[in-house]
Design a protein. Structure first.
Length: 393
């Protein structure tokens, strides 16, 4: 059985998304509602659902939640304004672009502010990066750091991630399927340079992104709602094609378990054991999981083709002796003289002992949080719901 508090949050989300209005016969745990709305970034959705089910709008926590809703509306409007500016500028400058994830999902919710975005994701072509830099600068965006798969641009109203590829190349199994993301792109109506995916491929990408986060560190309830919103908005997806492509990604079993969880949450379906396991896992963290889950996930990846104990040792060494890229962020001289890395590991630990003693507890806590048993349990939890890291680290 799910905890009654979790069932309350599910009821509020279902009411907000499906428009259900009735007198809720349970207790409104206002503190928990506010806590989950904050942890999972679902202010508007949970407030709307609570009002629909007869919650007291004058309760202090509801007033606090309403303040967050008002802010969400303003943030959402500013986000949409900036996204429209970017898309129009890219179109005018013949820059090929394809909107991803939140930009697509936002328009599918009953109200756009129900679906806040931490950032806006847009796929671009590698040979147009210089043009993107120029246009983004003209629009008032400041360029930030570049990662494996994206370019970051910041503005007071919106953080934008222009994707060089849809999936990071280090997620080797999913990257093998998607590549740079352009293979299945199709022109968006009569536009010059805007692209999209057909609905099946669009959902497969959204679901793969969901799966990636679930296995890497965990994912929040809002992202489960995303899946329901999309499937509810596009009820005629080609099931045979979806099954075939999900099987190529080794995600079909996980997809069916997620479908069971969605049916329970939004269609009053039966709660299967695996759906219950998934929901408990989702509600145990925040919008993007937990740091501990991320560490355990990293260790599970390291264990592919090796023993779990060997992966544990490798992870402990990685914590004690951070990799070259991490060390260059603190000691820039390593960029010019990388052979000094072992010496700077010693320097780093001396600095920690003398000037950053709080870091000792942080590092020891990280090591203590890892154990062979926990790594094995994390692996078993993924396998139980139909997930794995389908490559050797």
């Amino acid at each position: 059985m799910l905890d009654s508090k979790i069932e309350l949050i599910i009821s509020l989300a279902r009411s907000a998304l499906n428009g259900e209005k009735y007198e809720f016969d349970g207790d409104f745990d206002y503190n928990y509602i506010l806590k989950m709305a904050t942890a999972h970034q679902m202010y508007s959705m949970l407030y709307t659902g609570a009002v629909n089910l007869g919650a007291d709008k004058n309760a202090p926590q509801m007033r606090a939640l309403f303040d967050r809703v008002c802010k969400s509306i303003m943030i959402s409007d500013r986000q949409l304004h900036q996204i429209n500016r970017i898309m129009k500028a890219f179109e005018n400058n013949r820059i090929d672009h394809l909107a991803l994830k939140g930009i697509i999902l936002k328009s599918m919710y009953p109200e756009a502010h129900m679906r806040l975005m931490g950032d806006a994701d847009i796929l671009i072509r590698l040979d147009q990066i210089d043009e993107c830099d120029r246009v983004m600068a003209e629009l008032g965006f400041e360029k930030g750091p570049e990662s494996n798969h994206e370019l970051i641009y910041t503005h007071k109203d919106l953080l934008v991630e222009l994707h060089k590829r849809t999936i990071p190349s280090y997620n080797k199994d999913y990257y093998a399927y998607f590549g740079d993301g352009w293979e299945k792109a199709i022109k968006y109506d009569l536009t010059k340079s805007r692209y999209t995916y057909n609905p099946e491929d669009e959902f497969i990408f959204i679901f793969t992104h969901f799966s990636k986060h679930y296995r890497d560190s965990g994912i929040g309830f809002r992202h489960l709602c995303d899946l329901w919103v999309y499937l509810n908005k596009k009820p005629n997806l080609n099931d045979d094609y979806m099954k075939s492509e999900m099987q190529k990604l080794c995600l079909y079993d996980f997809y069916m378990n997620i479908r069971d969880a969605l049916m329970f949450c939004f269609e009053n379906g039966d709660l299967t054991e695996k759906a219950e396991f998934i929901l408990n896992n989702i509600f145990s963290g925040g919008a993007y999981g937990t740091r501990e889950a991320n560490r355990l996930s990293d260790a599970v990846k390291m264990s592919k083709g090796k023993t779990v104990r060997g992966a544990w040792l490798k992870k402990v060494i990685k914590i004690a002796c951070p990799p070259y890229k991490t060390m260059t962020e603190r000691y820039s001289v390593l960029k010019k003289i990388p052979v000094l890395l072992p010496i700077f590991w010693i320097v780093n630990w001396v600095e920690i002992l003398l000037f950053r003693r709080k870091n000792i507890k942080k590092r020891t806590d990280e090591i203590r949080a890892l154990s062979v048993e926990k790594i094995e349990n994390y692996q078993h939890g993924l396998n139980y719901v139909g997930l794995d890291f389908n490559f050797e680290e």
